[in-house]
Design a protein around this ligand. Sequence first.
Ligand code: CA
Ligand code: CA
Length: 99
Amino acid sequence: MACGYICPFDQKGSFDSRFWNGWWDQPQEGTFTNVNTGEALDGFQPWYLGEPNGKNMENCGIVWVTKNMWNDQGCEFKMCGFCELEKAPDIVIRGPFFQ
Ligand SMILES: [Ca+2]
Ligand SMILES: [Ca+2]
């Protein structure tokens, strides 16, 4: 598992509406590959109209939840990501619960 950032929920249980989607074109501009496996992206690619448009300035793909589409964005931004686990971990939830 490689998840370096835990989504910060606010007191209403909301979170940022953008997630890293696990694809990038940093190794070769214009060719999106899986950041873990190097597998090339082919088939279904729900890019938002005009995206990806960042050329060398935007090399990481995100899911733009409010638009239900993808965008390329600068990799330096901190945001939530999806985690793929080989085995379900034992989870202990601590802290306050907001309603
Ligand atoms: Ca790029
Ligand atoms: Ca973009």
